[in-house]
Design a protein around this ligand. Structure first.
Ligand code: CP
Ligand code: NVA
Length: 302
């Protein structure tokens, strides 16, 4: 594993390796066992979009691993004024040991990896959000004990989160059901990927069909970063149907857990009631960003 650009590029073994290491690093942190595996190493963090969790967890993660992280806002970098990613990649490769990037186009992340000579980590693009889904998978195993036999369900926009959830869930042998409105389906590459999993992948417009007997329910915002101008149109499409609420919870298994990458919009994709009833799982998921990403950093940069 040279980079983390998408989850498609990881084998099941590589995925499990990261999750096992993440569990170990979480244990070490909780028990005060030092793990300065990346002493002297520097991670550059390029942000073209806002972030709370990703920025803080990567920065703290590098610190706990004995290294350091540099926050590089695209507003301040020359990349924001049009310097090509090819040149940025070759320059930063000479200073840093790894680059984390959050941006719009997946191609920009791929180019950074192609033209640079250091590991690149995708910290969210319009296409996918692999770091988040590693944390989600870690949380599922923490709460459920194992992946085998579980049914995961995602209700909402077929966005970056949906794309990565589908890949991660199917790779680990679980069943994946997704409910999204017509015209808001996951990326065509993801639908092609999922085809190989036969009846382990279900796609429908009806959240009630998807949620039936689910062990894990996921949702995400109706309008992602960069789609602010579509907010009203999207609200009209999603409102009242594509929401995790009591009615949906009643269709899922009684011990069904809820995952939300956050930030959450209460009373839009999830009711405040369901959100608060499942806050333990959702905030453990947020915490696990730190542990899962530390595992990725170690795998790529040690
Ligand atoms: N879930 C997530 O990536 O959060 P941030 O946008 O705050 O980083
Ligand atoms: N789909 C959301 C995820 C935020 C973490 C977005 O891209 O804005």
């Amino acid at each position: 594993m040279k980079h983390l650009l998408t989850l498609e590029q990881l084998s099941k073994e590589e995925l499990l390796d990261i999750l096992n290491l993440a569990d170990q690093l979480k244990f070490q942190k909780k028990n005060g066992i030092a793990h300065e595996i990346l002493k002297g190493k520097t991670l550059g963090m390029i942000f073209q979009k806002s972030s709370t969790r990703t920025r803080v967890s990567f920065e703290v993660g590098m610190h706990e691993l004995g290294g350091q992280a540099l926050f590089l806002s695209s507003r301040d970098l020359q990349i924001g004024r049009g310097e090509p990613v090819q040149d940025t990649a070759r320059v930063l490769s000479r200073y840093l040991d790894g680059i984390m990037i959050r941006t719009f186009d997946q191609e920009e992340v791929e180019d950074l990896a192609k033209y640079g000579s250091i590991p690149v980590i995708n910290a969210l693009t319009d296409y996918c959000h692999p770091c988040q889904v590693l944390a989600d998978l870690m949380t599922i195993r923490e709460f459920k004990g194992a992946f085998e036999g579980l049914k995961c369900c995602y209700i909402g926009d077929g966005n970056n989160m949906a794309n990565s959830i589908i890949v991660g869930v199917l790779k680990l042998g679980m069943t994946m059901a997704i409910a999204c409105p017509k015209g808001y389906e996951p990326d065509k590459h993801i639908l092609e990927f999922a085809k190989a999993y036969g009846d382990k992948f279900i796609i429908t417009e009806d959240p009630k069909v998807a949620a039936l007997d689910a062990d894990v329910l996921f949702t995400d915002v109706w309008a992602s970063m960069g789609q602010e101008s579509e907010k009203a149109i999207r609200e009209a499409v999603f409102k009242g149907v594509y929401q995790i609420n009591d009615e949906i919870m009643a269709l899922a298994k009684p011990d069904c857990m809820v995952q939300h990458c956050l930030p959450a919009h209460r009373e839009e994709e999830i009711t405040a009631k369901v959100f608060e009833e499942h806050a333990d799982e959702i905030f453990e998921e947020a915490e696990n960003r730190l542990h899962a990403q530390k595992a990725v950093l170690v795998k790529l940069m040690a």
